[in-house]
Design a protein around this ligand. Sequence first.
Ligand code: ADP
Ligand code: MG
Length: 387
Amino acid sequence: CGASPESCNTSHRKHDLPIHGVSETIVGVLGGGQLGRMLCQAASQMAIKVIVLDPMENCPAGALSHCHVVGSYDDSVTVEEFAKRFSVLTVEIEHVNVATLEKLEQQGLDIQPKASTIRIIQDKYLQKVHFARHGIPLPKFMKIDDPESAKKAGDLFGYPLMIKRKRLAYDGRGNAVAKTEEEISSAVQTLGGYDHGLYVEQWAPFVKELAVIVARGRDKSILCYPVVETIHRENICHIVKAPANVPLKIKKLATDVAYKAVSSLEGAGVFAVELFLTEDGQILLNEVAPRPHNSGHHTIESCFTSQYEQHLRAILGLQLGDPSMKTQAAIMYNILGEDEVATNLTGLICYRLSCLQGEPGFLLAHQLIGRALGISGATVHWYDKPG
Ligand code: ADP
Ligand code: MG
């Protein structure tokens, strides 16, 4: 890979990993989705080579990576074989084989953020236990193993009750709401039953969802991006408004909670901290991602250092860049299969706060993209995700 034009940028068969003739920095990335793709874009600007491991032949990062190894980031042999070749290994998804990462780390492999962080974060319940221990404000939570413990949680926390799967949850897949005690069993069923490992959270009566991207260097220095507001549609991050339209005091509180949460984790990189703002001005932590995040796409166009460049700087021990905004405001609009033409995910990033607000939600993706192309300051990102 890299040396021969025929193999560069093409998918390799599983375990067929010839990497030679490359002396520059090579970053290995577990996962080749849209976040990996955007990481590759930032890397190319700095002449950093990115090699991704992803099971999908036509994964979004594949075309932009220096090399794409086709294989599962959940398979220990594949991860081991893949990981050993890099100066530094990172993730663009947390659902990876963490036991193998821990073993490799003990053998001296440089993994950023640390495997211990990925272990905590990939299990939402463990995450909650960890942050509660560190004094981070959270919705109340408890593990449930059977109908009795679920009923007890309902009695304690009230309804609606948020039931979550501990592991392998993303885009709301892994969450179910029971509005009443009677709904617990069907909610549990949609999550695959108690054997899947479930826990419950007290309903957070939020007025807004906020997020903060936090960058942590290898020297443990921390920089926070401006607080943004995230609006979800069907549990998927749909609109991001940067900066969030909340009082300064709330921004400070959200940044403090995010800072404290990331300080409790080990390793370098960018982290996304999802937060709830309640009516009485409290900030509660929802969850943390140990990687670039949808709520930080806007940083590509709107901040001095994008979250992707920052992640690379952080994991490679380079000086962190300025996270502040170079535009007054930005909006990210995530077009999510709004019609059959757009089964792909697309991020639409726009500088001027007013230009897409108030648009009817049923605009077709291609119409939106067409409109965006005609707006100065708007950028379309097409992930090229297989439908
Ligand atoms: P995912 O891993 O899919 O992002 P989250 O746990 O972040 O799952 O939940 C997805 C969305 O569900 C959140 O962004 C929020 O809108 C809602 N949500 C999650 N937990 C709660 C809660 N305890 N109370 C109210 N809403 C919640
Ligand atoms: Mg979330």
